[in-house]
Design a protein around this ligand. Sequence first.
Ligand SMILES: [Zn+2]
Length: 580
Amino acid sequence: MTKFFEVQKRDGPARMGKLLLERQIDTPALITSNDYTSLGSVYGYSSLDKTRQTVEALRGQNKLTIGPYIPTALHNEPAIKLPQMEYEGTKGIVVNPFSEDLPEIADVYVLGKAGTLRNPKDLVKAVIGVRNRTHADTALYAPALATPANLALLVYLGIDLLDTTRVVADGLLGRYHTRDGIRNFCELSELLCRCENCQKMAIERKDKKLLIAHNIQKLEEELLSVREQIRSETIREYIERQVRVTPDQTVALRLLDQEHQYLEKRTPQHRRSTFFANCAESLKRAEVTRFADRVINRYKAPKSDVLLLLPCSARKPYSTSRSHRLFTEAIGSHRRYLHELILTSPLALVPRELEECYPAASYDVPVTGHWDREERAWLLKCLDSYLEKNKYARIVAHLEGELEDAIKEHGIEAVYTGGGTNGPSLGRLSAAVAEACHGATRVPDLRRLRYQAMADYYFGQGAGDALMAGNVLVRGREIQDENKRPLAAITPNGTLALSVAGAKRLKVLNAYIVTIGDFLPKGSLLAPGVIDADEQIRPGDEVIIMGEKAFGIGRAKMSGWEMVESRRGVAAELRHIKEM
Ligand SMILES: [Zn+2]
């Protein structure tokens, strides 16, 4: 609830924004003592009145004012509670990392004792705790914590403001920082950087000022990298690489991944970047669990007697790959009598109709043919839930190697063809499918099924039926009602864009709706105009906008809960809006 801070871009819990002080600070940022006045420990004043007078004397300044605080041991509650004080400008409040109390309303929260949060468990718990207890549109400052090696993790956890305190102090102690960690300057036989300071140090060595300047420069460079990663929506991939620097950072990421709700609430529906599933942590990503959850719980497979299990392909969407084109050819006209399910890591199951959805159409994973225990367990768990819900009379598995073994050993009753794309393999696929489809009922047209499935996937159970009710025509990438009015279109990034007529069909589901006040928005819908928003909405979601004077469609720029909490920022970009 602030006038002074606005989040402009999000990638998971990491955010970019602007803090409006004397200078505009683009976050994530390194701030200096020139940007704020800190009143320090309350024990530094002779009385509470004196403290209050000091706060009042600061009125009119254009800096962040960090209010007085009560020094407390890390895991303890403060001994006394301070009364609220009136601030004129940007208000900063020091919060106890492990307090259960809701802190008073402020623009910036300062993580108390942040510098001592070296234990990954404490760090993750503290940041998540404070973020959960404060509003979305407030900034979080963690003093004396950042190094070039950990800065990305800190920003990814949800911290907006950091400083150079720690690298300066380390410089005085002869510690040389790089993105790869800290080294003892005296023990380096060669400097690891070519910055101006290092070039000077290579000649005259031992100047603490140069060492500090180098450390600050490395921190600033890392900040630039992190900002670019958020901008290009690749921060998660960057984090998965960067945490390998120390076991403690890897632990922090794993602990963060256990905070599923914290991440899920902040993970966009869609990212521009390719999703790299490079390591074990990728399997835990919110995008992966969300995709699997939607396939199991939102999606409804078409009635089909035959299920065909296929492997994934490097090229996405799978249909455009050479192997899948060969499979389709081998299946031939039997395709109308079966349903295709692609088995893959880390997404587990991708029904053919959902292959264009994010991240199914844009992920990449190192393929060795080996399925490790965790991948295998995840795949089988998803497959069990899927087959529990969607019943088939016969299954054909055109899979090879360890993937075939995994399914076979799990006891899935199927015709196993051994997989493959050479002539004899495709012959076996063709024969198995012909046999299985004998006497099978016809499955609806795949082009129709795509819209049906994508509507369920993006808008929840029942959306497909609502959107496709009556005589709906498929015209290429668009569907139309019986009067040839467009209802929805599949966009190049695999989302479903609704028309006003399409949105009207879906509004009965009461999902993905943003309720606005008594006005007609234009261009962008700003957060203060939002009265209520569906909790399920994530950045990138298609949303239905409803108000007394307006009905329309837009793309969410923030999560539903953020729209309700925020007093600044764009909630959604509007596409069609009609006056009521
Ligand atoms: Zn250097």
